[in-house]
Structures are given as structure tokens and as C-alpha cells.
Ligand binder design. Structure first.
Ligand SMILES: *Cc1c(COP(=O)(O)O)cnc(C)c1O
Length: 449
């Protein structure tokens, strides 16, 4: 008996493709063809509204295939620290990356070596807690992420996980309840990681409560890292978080990478010991070079770019609501981030809606929202929509109204997806350049703020 976690039909289809070509070269060509199909469709013809996805600048994309990525480097920067010789230019690139990250996040220490925030968070659970310790994290229906839950890195560390209490209507931490439960549980760590993130979080208040027993606060800013660097969100390290982790491939708009930032020298050894030699050996120096350039882009363009991302998200929320699609937190202006969360239960729920919109070349994802239960996991009520790529294409508030109109034509007016798809392609195809980078500068009409 065989067991695959992957969709068996899609695997069978791949085997059929490989069987149908006569040579390994043909097999490689089949891979290239699939990549090209994606580039043509997702890259050129779709309105990509996935909240955890960002287009990189032309330079960052080029660096991802640069020669330096074929070189092996492991360990910490420096002649004696490394096992391999010949790394002097790699050291230079990595040191530039570290220093650029420190500048972008206005902090004392930063690390660039982990491939994603999933592993970045693993490093934190490795460094700051031991098996049996108690931690408090956000549950998924309120926006939490598996990396801080029992089925993710936190769980593999054998810690006891308690939920941060949330108000289900306001989508806010219930601070009174948190104070009460935290005082009872006395967690060693609170990790605030939100994949569904609309408003700033009470970092200062929570960190202060934790300090009574020496507990630490970690802000998992996977989604908000770009907003934080661009000064368009709260600054968790200034508000009492001991550590900030982040994904470079979300609002930060760089190559998919984990980033870890902190200020206290006492944390340097535990965190970097967890990175090397525990979780990373060779660490994709091409990705590190690309990360360094994207940090420089954030320093130059971040403020204007991130401010427009938020304005676009607010405009999109309003435009959807005006067209009969319920959007969460309307009473608070919809959002202070790159995300808008729609309640699409009335249109068949998040799974069906996301797939229907994808047929019209509009890419979003299903999302759990307050009121959904674990039984709704695969078919939740919400739809998460993000404005990162739409903003980097140079689009503004008026374009968000057009995007909302496309969505409403599919969901509310019930127009044929083929018709909407044709109009989406006509809207998207002429607009292919990404802005807020050194290659293309600012979009026409936008000035640095
Ligand atoms: C996306 C996300 C992660 C994981 O980040 P990767 O870079 O994809 O590994 C961790 N925490 C939160 C809150 C996230 O949203």
C-alpha cells in the first residue's frame, strides 16, 4: 500500500508527462514548460492579491541566479569563523546584508541566514525556551500561524502552548483577559505572529505584563516586516519586544528568507547558536545578496511604497464593501496593513470563492475568520486579499476600485468568469513594470514621502 500526502492525480499526471517524453532532456524541458506557463499566466496576466507574496525588483531577481549562489559558505562571517577558505567576497556581501538589515530595522543585531520565517521562528524556540516551558501564541482563527502552534516549529520543541485571548469582533487582543491568564500561566515567551493582520497590536502592554516574571515578548512580523521597516506600522523592538522575526518575501518585497532582529547583546549567542550549527549550514549566498539589495530598496523606497500599500488596502476594502462584499473591521477603516479580509460566506465560502476568482485571473486565498471553527479549516468563511504586488505595479486607489469591480462582477453580479478574465487581462497585460526600486524608481505621479 502506498501513501502520498500530495494530490495523487497531480502526481500521476506528472508521471504521465515523464513517461511520454523519450529522454531526460525531454523531462527537463517539461519542467521548463511548466515554469513558463506559470510566468505567462501568474506573471503577466493575473492580478495577484496573495497577501504573503511580493514581486521582487529586477535586480533582486537577477541576483537570485548569480554566480555567488553556487559557492559554499557556512558558519559566521570571518576568516576564522568559516570552515571554508576563499570566502572573502562572500563575507563582504553577507556583512553588507547584516548591516543593511540593521539599518532597515533600526536595531543592533540582525541575522540573514535562514531560508524562511518558519525556520526563523524555529531558531527562536530553540534559543529562548526548552521542552516543557510555557508559551502563549495566537490561534489560527484570529490570524495566528502554524509556526507558533503545536503542529509547527513551536510544537516540535515540546513547549506547552496556550492561546492569546482575542476579542472576536474587534479582532484585538483581549488585554484584560490576557493579563489574567498570563499571570496564571506565567509563560516564558509570548510570540505574537499574525498571518491575518489588520491593525497594530498591544506590544508595549503585553511586554510590560510579561516583565513581571521575566517573560519575553517576541514579535513574529513575517507579514508586517516591510511595513515596520518603512515606518508604516508599529515598531515592536522599540515597544518592548525582545526579538523581531520576519519573512523577506512578504511586505518586505525581497527574496523568500527569514530575518531575525534584536537589540540585546545577551541574546546574540543563543540566537546565533541556534542558526549555526543547529539550523543552517550553507545558506544560499545568492539569496543573501538579493536580501541585501532588497534591504537597500526598503531604506530608499520603503516609506512611500509601504504607505501606498496601506492606502491601497483601505481603498480596496471600501470599494468591496460599496459593491456588496462584507469586509471585516469596516467600523475601523478596514485595515492598517497590506491586508483586507472579506467575509464571503454568502458567496459560497473562501475555498470556492478563491478558486472561482482564480478562473478570472484574480488570485487570493481562503482564510479562517472569527466564528469559524476547526471543522471549517478546509472551507473557511473568509477571503484574504493583499495589495503588495498591486502596489509595486504602480497602482493607486483608483485602480483598487477597478479591482473591486472585477471581483464584484464575479461574486455579486454573477457574470461569466471568461468575460471578467478577458477584462482582467486587458487591464494587466499593458502593465508589467515593478516600481519602488533602483531599476524603475517611483511610478509616474508618485513622489518620495
Ligand atoms: C508566513 C508566516 C510565517 C512563515 O514564513 P515563511 O517565510 O513562509 O517561512 C511565520 N509566521 C507568520 C505569522 C507568517 O504569516
Amino acid at each position: 500500500m502506498s501513501f502520498e500526502v500530495h494530490d495523487p492525480t497531480i502526481l500521476a499526471n506528472a508521471r504521465q508527462i515523464l513517461d511520454s517524453v523519450s529522454s531526460p532532456k525531454g523531462m527537463a524541458d517539461a519542467v521548463l514548460a511548466a515554469v513558463s506557463r506559470n510566468e505567462e499566466w501568474r506573471g503577466k496576466r493575473c492580478i495577484n492579491l496573495l497577501a504573503p507574496e511580493a514581486p521582487t525588483s529586477p535586480t533582486v531577481r537577477r541576483l537570485l541566479s548569480s554566480e555567488i549562489g553556487t559557492r559554499a559558505a557556512e558558519g559566521h562571517i570571518g576568516r576564522v569563523n568559516r570552515w571554508f577558505a576563499g570566502t572573502q567576497y562572500i563575507d563582504e556581501v553577507e556583512a553588507l546584508c547584516v548591516e543593511l538589515l540593521k539599518q532597515a530595522f533600526r536595531c543592533n543585531y540582525a541575522d540573514h541566514r535562514l531560508m524562511g520565517s518558519m525556520i526563523g521562528n524555529m531558531a527562536i524556540y530553540h534559543a529562548l525556551v526548552k521542552p516543557g516551558d510555557r508559551v502563549m501564541t495566537a490561534a489560527q482563527p484570529f490570524g495566528g500561524h502554524s509556526s507558533n502552534r503545536v503542529d509547527g516549529p513551536a510544537g516540535t520543541r515540546g513547549v506547552e502552548i496556550h492561546d492569546i485571548p482575542f476579542d472576536p469582533v474587534e479582532l484585538e487582543v483581549d488585554l484584560d483577559k490576557f493579563a489574567e491568564e498570563a499571570q496564571r500561566i506565567r509563560p516564558k515567551l509570548v510570540v505574537m505572529g499574525m498571518s491575518m493582520t489588520l491593525f497594530p497590536l498591544p506590544v508595549a502592554e503585553m511586554a510590560k505584563i510579561m516583565s513581571a516574571w521575566g517573560g519575553q515578548f517576541v514579535f513574529d512580523g513575517a507579514h508586517q516586516a516591510g511595513l515596520i521597516a518603512g515606518g508604516q506600522f508599529q515598531d515592536p523592538l522599540k515597544e518592548g519586544a525582545a526579538v523581531l522575526t520576519g519573512s523577506a518575501g512578504k511586505t518586505f518585497s525581497g527574496p523568500q528568507s527569514g530575518m531575525i532582529m534584536w537589540n540585546d547583546a545577551a541574546l546574540t549567542k543563543p540566537i546565533t547558536d541556534a542558526i549555526f550549527p543547529a539550523l543552517a549550514a550553507t545558506h544560499q549566498v545568492n539569496r543573501v545578496a538579493a536580501l541585501a539589495v532588497s534591504a537597500a530598496e526598503m531604506i530608499e523606497f520603503g516609506k512611500t511604497y509601504m504607505a501606498q500599500i496601506v492606502k491601497n488596502a483601505q481603498a480596496l476594502g471600501k470599494a468591496l464593501e460599496e459593491r456588496g462584499i462584507r469586509v471585516l473591521a469596516a467600523q475601523r477603516g478596514y485595515t492598517r496593513t497590506h491586508q483586507v479580509i472579506a467575509d464571503v460566506k454568502a458567496f459560497g465560502g473562501g475555498l470556492d470563492v478563491a478558486h472561482k476568482l482564480a478562473e478570472a485571473n484574480i488570485i487570493t486565498n481562503k482564510n479562517l475568520i472569527p466564528g469559524d471553527t476547526p471543522a471549517d479549516w478546509d472551507r473557511p468563511s473568509g477571503l484574504r486579499i493583499g495589495t503588495i504586488e498591486a502596489t509595486r505595479l504602480g497602482w493607486m486607489e483608483a485602480d483598487m476600485a477597478q479591482i473591486a469591480e472585477f471581483i464584484a462582477r464575479v461574486l455579486v453580479k454573477g457574470e461569466a468568469v471568461e468575460q471578467v478574465r478577458a477584462d482582467v487581462e486587458a487591464f494587466r497585460l499593458p502593465r508589467q513594470d515593478f516600481y519602488y526600486n533602483f531599476d524603475n524608481g517611483y511610478p509616474a505621479g508618485v513622489e518620495k514621502c
